[in-house]
Design a protein around this ligand. Structure first.
Ligand SMILES: O=C(O)CCC(=O)C(=O)O
Ligand SMILES: [Fe+2]
Length: 240
């Protein structure tokens, strides 16, 4: 089984070979992230790009801010009955004109807040892609998880990439080809396992979501929380 373990590389912001101290990063306003090389991951119908997007100090600060400011769907009432049962907390933020259908329920995202705009701005800068919607999942520990699925909602802009940004606990993330799932598998294609680190970005590019399912499996040894944000490009209502 392939396993991609990506280690945080040594930082070298000035290119002088000296490792920065945390205080130096803070003095620079926490924006001293050097350009970190990205790792391309390719397989049949799969195209991913993994890299560290934020320095440790920046990622720590963003994690704290997310914990303070993000309000997850509560699961109260009939409308969010579905959300209540999922093994994690979840919420969506995005541009006001957008709607999103999940388990047959259509709803509007919450309006953008500064910490999310901060991440979104960095994504534009680093990837050139402007995202108008984000799904946030909070996994309180290794018991919380997300089952195998594809992000194939009809509202997504066709062929647009999804940017997955992670903070907190490092967890395994698994991709499985649609022809190699379960008892009815028609082909043997190895699953692809990644470890998504604190402050990392995983770009899931077309046509990954056509052919590959992804999941965040249970990992009972993980005790710390993890927050993942999948930034997406959605089509405005009426433009479908
Ligand atoms: O938590 C993750 O890394 C992935 C979340 C996800 O796949 C989703 O929200 O569709
Ligand atoms: Fe997903």
């Amino acid at each position: 089984m392939d396993r991609f373990v990506v280690k945080r590389p040594a930082e070298d912001p000035g290119g002088d070979g000296k490792k920065p101290r945390l205080e130096d990063e803070e003095e620079a306003g926490g924006l001293s992230r050097p350009s970190v090389p990205s790792q391309e991951i390719r397989a049949q119908g799969l195209s991913l790009e993994y890299r560290l997007l934020f320095s440790r100090a920046e990622a720590d600060a963003i994690y704290q801010q997310l914990e303070k400011e993000v309000e997850y769907f509560e699961g109260k009432g009939r409308m969010f009955g579905k959300w209540h049962q999922i093994p994690r907390k979840q919420v969506t933020y995005g541009d006001p004109e957008l709607t999103y259908t999940y388990s047959g329920v259509t709803f509007s995202p919450k309006p953008w807040i500064p910490v999310l705009n901060h991440i979104r701005d960095r994504l534009v800068l680093e990837t050139g892609h402007a995202f108008n919607f984000v799904v946030i999942n909070r996994y309180k520990d290794g018991e919380d998880h997300i089952g195998e699925h594809r992000d194939d909602e009809k509202e997504l802009v066709p062929r647009s990439p999804i940017a997955s940004v992670t903070f907190g606990a490092c967890r395994d993330f698994v991709f499985r080809h649609c022809d190699s799932r379960g008892k009815n598998a028609t082909r043997h294609i190895k699953p692809i396992r990644l470890q998504l680190e604190h402050g990392s970005l995983l770009m899931m590019k077309y046509p990954t979501n056509v052919y590959w399912y992804h999941s965040l499996p249970i990992r009972r040894r993980v005790l710390a929380p993890r927050i993942n944000l999948t930034f997406r490009k959605m089509m405005p209502v009426g433009n479908k």
